[in-house]
Structure formats: C-alpha cells, structure tokens
Design a protein around this ligand. Structure first.
Ligand SMILES: *Cc1c(COP(=O)(O)O)cnc(C)c1O
Length: 390
C-alpha cells in the first residue's frame, strides 16, 4: 500500500505483508533463517537477482521488509535497510559509502558510540572527521575539504537537545556535493522528515521511540535508492541484519508511533514548563519552549518538541548526583524514548571520561540533567522531579 492519499497513521497501521493462505488479520512472524526454491532455475535466477524474493534472512525477510516499507513511507524515502541496532545502521552506512582517505564533517555533539567510531575506529582506515559547533552553523563550510564526502548531524542532539537548521545543511550539502546523513532518532519520523530538507539518508535507532517500550534493539537507514543499495550490499555480506522477531515487534510499534509520540511531547512540554518555574533549576532546554535558542528553527522543522528535556541544576556535579539519588520512581537507565520516564546525569556517567572543556564544547555542563519523559500520569512524574529538586 504505497498510496500517499492516506494519512500517516493509516499507512502505519494498514501497510502490511500480503496475507498467507490462513487469512490472518495481524501479520505473522516469519521466524525462518532461509527460504526454499522451486527448482534449479528458480534458485539461479534468485541469486542473480533476476527474481526479487527472499533467499536468506541475512539478506531479507518478510518481517524486516514490512518494517522498512513503513519507515520509507513515513520518511518519504525511496528505499531502506534494517539493522540489528542503531549503531549497526550508523556503522554500516559510513563503512559502505566511505573509502580510505575520505573525510567527514559532523556536528560535535553526536551520540557517544558514533563519536567513538569517528575518533577511534575510522582513523584506522585513514578516514578523518572534523567537528563543527552546533551553535555556530556559519562555520560549517570552513571545515569542508577536497576529500570531504559526508556531512552528518543529529537534531535534536543528545543529551543537550540542541537544534540545527536542516534546510541549511541541505543547501550546504548540495553546494559542495556531499552526502547529507541525518540521525533522526530523537525526533522520530513522526516529528521530522529530514529528506524534505535535502538529506540523502536518514538513520534511526529503532530501539528508542520507535519501539517505545524498552523491549528490542533495532536500527534502520532510508533514503536515496543508489546509496541504500550500496549499504544493503555491505550489510548482506557483513551480517548486521535485524532479526525477524525484532522487525515484527517494531512494525507493530509503528502502528502506535503517532499517538505515543503526541503524548510523549505533551508530557515533555509540561515537565519543561514546570522546571522553568523551579528555583533550583538554572536553565531548561526544550525545543518548543520559547527560551530555546533555536526555537524558531525547531518550529520550522519539527511537528512537536520531542520527549527529551535537558536542564541545569544549580551546584554542579555533586548536586546532579544528589538529584539522581533523590529520585523515587523515575528510572535511572541508559535507554531513552521508553514509556517509563528516565533520568540521567551525563557529566558523572555517559560523558564522565571527557574533560570539562570537551564536555562544554558539546553543551554538557556539570549540572546538566536529561529527562526522557515517558507516558506515566504526568503529575506523578512532576511530583517526583519536584521532591528530588526540593
Ligand atoms: C541510541 C542511539 C543510537 C544507537 O542506537 P542503538 O540501537 O543503541 O545501537 C544512535 N544515535 C542516537 C541519537 C541514539 O540515541
């Protein structure tokens, strides 16, 4: 069902595999590692790709195909490929498209493991990265070199919830003939579609809001057909495929993505508004608060503000740790985008290995707390945050 006359929710719910002979209503789980051939000719034609069909679940599987098809529709993409995790999607995308000697221009505040790829592993293959400051977009072009191939960004960023103008990135990528890749994990395809602003590829960790219930890991990349083809071939031969079980879970999750994300955003805005009134809080960052430095850009490119709120507690690292210890029912966990509200203190945990200077360069101050706002009764969440702050 590739009909664009249908709305987002209808497509998310009604896109599905052809029914089997049993005429099931809900899509079955195709938990099989391989598929059978009619005869030698069928097998030959399948391997040369004269026939498009499932051969082996490292290459493709009906459940992953359905999941990818939905994400393509949601993002307005031609084609896509699913992976075991978000990092498998990020790594495979770069590894498939880059050659030794190529250069990446990336926003400085990227997901931790993506940062490790850029700084620890890619240099082994003489692939280098230059970082630009998300709050100085006018400097981006100065980092572009003759060997730059990819422009990469996340928006909103983790954990500081900074925003970059996707339309601007699209123009820069086009002018310099770069492949623009956006990690759209924090926004989800419901809130933001980077392809509309000129992105060639969009990557997601499906582990976060796409699953939304903290159950399975997954990743996906969608976008330009030729680029996806390169990534698919890399994946097919190196093996980071998504499991059919996870694809089945995630495709079901997409049916409720719109309604879940709407509620996450409504709750997050309430939390952000509460935090702005609390005397123990120095600064609150949420894309749809007027006080956010890139409020206008956020309004232009996002439907709602997302579910992550960042705020600065007076009193630095110690106060940040004390705040976590006082939290009663919100979870202390590394995940985000779950039905359960999760609170983290990056300076003493995920980003503790960085120097103060390195942390400040990516907007992680000592007292910064990140809240992934969940779907509990929001008054209960606010009560928990309030008593911990008090
Ligand atoms: C979590 C995350 C990833 C990695 O996804 P996994 O599924 O954990 O491998 C990549 N980018 C962003 C922005 C993330 O939040």
């Amino acid at each position: 069902m590739e009909n664009t006359e249908f709305g987002f929710e209808t497509q998310a719910i009604r896109t599905q595999l052809n029914r089997s002979q049993y005429l099931e209503h809900s899509v079955p789980l195709y938990l099989t590692s391989s598929f059978v051939f009619e005869d030698a000719e069928d097998m030959r034609a399948s391997f040369t790709e004269e026939k498009v069909r499932n051969i082996y679940s490292r290459f493709s599987n009906p459940n992953t195909t359905e999941f990818v098809e939905k994400i393509c529709q949601m993002e307005g993409a031609d084609d896509g490929c699913a992976f075991a995790t978000g990092m498998a999607a990020v790594y495979s995308t770069f590894a498939a498209l880059l050659n030794a000697g190529d250069h990446i221009v990336s926003v400085g505040s990227v997901f931790g493991s993506t940062h490790t790829l850029f700084t620890k592993y890619f240099p082994k293959w003489n692939i280098t990265t230059s970082y630009f400051d998300i709050n100085k977009p006018e400097t981006i072009e100065s980092y572009i070199q003759p060997n730059t191939k990819i422009l990469f960004a996340e928006s909103p960023t983790n954990p500081a919830v900074d925003i970059i103008d996707l339309e601007l990135l699209g123009k820069i990528a086009k002018k310099h003939n770069l492949i623009l890749i956006i990690d759209n994990c924090f926004a989800t395809p419901y809130l933001q579609n980077p392809i509309k602003f000129g992105a060639d590829l969009v990557v997601h960790s499906a582990t976060k809001l796409i699953d939304g219930q903290g159950r399975v890991l997954g990743g996906v990349v969608v976008g330009n057909k030729q680029l996806v083809r390169e990534i698919y071939l890399f994946s097919r031969n190196t093996g980071p495929a998504m499991s059919p079980f996870n694809a089945w879970v995630l495709s079901k999750s997409l049916e409720t993505l719109a309604i879940r994300v709407e509620k996450h955003c409504e709750n997050a805005l309430k939390v952000a508004q509460f935090l702005e009134t609390h005397p123990g809080v120095k600064q609150v960052k949420y894309p749809f608060l007027k006080s956010h430095p890139q409020y206008e850009v956020a309004k232009k490119q996002m439907k709602l503000g997302g579910n992550i709120v960042a705020f600065e507690i007076e009193g630095g690292i110690e106060k940040g740790r004390q705040f976590l210890d006082k939290i009663k029912f919100c979870s202390l966990s590394a995940n985000l985008g779950d039905t359960r509200t999760i609170v983290t203190h990056p300076a003493s945990t995920t980003h503790s290995k960085l120097s103060l200077e390195e942390r400040l360069a990516v907007s992680i101050t000592d007292g910064l707390v990140r809240v992934s706002v969940g779907l509990e009764t929001i008054e209960d969440v606010i009560k928990d945050l309030r008593q911990a702050l008090d």
